[in-house]
Design a protein around this ligand. Sequence first.
Ligand code: DP6
Length: 341
Amino acid sequence: MSKTTVAAPANIAFIKYWGARDLERALPMNSSISMTLDHCVTRCTVEILDGGHDEVWLSEPDGGFGSPEAEFTRRVVEQLDRVRQWAGREEPFRVATRNTFPSAAGLASSASGFAALTLAAAGALGRKDAPARELSQLSRRSGSGSAARSVLGGYVEWPDPGGIGKVGGIDDEPSYAIQLADASHWDLRDVIAVVEIGPKVVSSRDGHRLAHTSPYYTKRLELVPERLQKVRRAIETRDFDLLGPVLEEESTDLHMIAMTSQPPIFYWSPGTVAVLRAVRELRQEGLAAFATLDAGANVHVICDPDSEDEVAERLEDLPAVGFVIRDGVGDGPEHETTHLF
Ligand code: DP6
């Protein structure tokens, strides 16, 4: 049977998806904007089987493949069901997946993972060239909403389906991501300071579920529309001075909401604080670099190509930083001819 392999990148949110109007369908409370990365990718190979059941394999540190935890397998199989239903097919699949970066460390591994799985399964069913809109929508329905953004390259917006503050009665169809600009439009870099490896303590899903229990969440929703406008304009005009402060406000907001949710969620570690301080110092020295975190302790430092070396060297020197991943804006998912099995 023929195999389909897709490499899909992670993305880093400039405007964060935090809080859902419908968590099961991953319908967000607010629009989000992200930059698709280049090197942090999940590679997924899918093969249609003649019969039997879906088989799911996950790469292990030694390079081989093993059976993932039951919860992971369940989510993968549910997503395969959605792809089959969308394509009007019933065949079982064999699936193998491997990340090029630490899984579940707040580096959006589920976004790249579910985008890769969805695109590879769609490709295996002969639907490689389906409209991006449908593939984004299908990826979003995995439950990892940010996967909707990972099917596109460059700078991507995933619009809020229902208007800020409106809850319930939302049609499922309109919620998919669109590209604001391709990667060649603006060469930005993401220097990721890894201060913690290993699964995050609290999933983004729990964060979304609890967000509205924070007394600051309503205020956040009021602030998002203006930030969205600023980020869209900053991308359009390649204005880093406009983008940078909004990036940091968004990240601080997300973590403040998490820390004030009931029960509270603390994603930061001491290393996070050390990196945030170093980034402020770099700015005082005249470098344009701004920090943002997703739901984890690791820090993404967004900067222009001229600042990248200095940013990376300074972060590597911090005792709290285990290692640094140098990434940048990328073109989006690719179909590959080399397979994982
Ligand atoms: C903080 O529900 O998409 O990264 O399934 O863990 O990828 P995962 O999370 P998801 O929420 C993403 C939350 C975020 C912000 C963002 O990417 O917009």
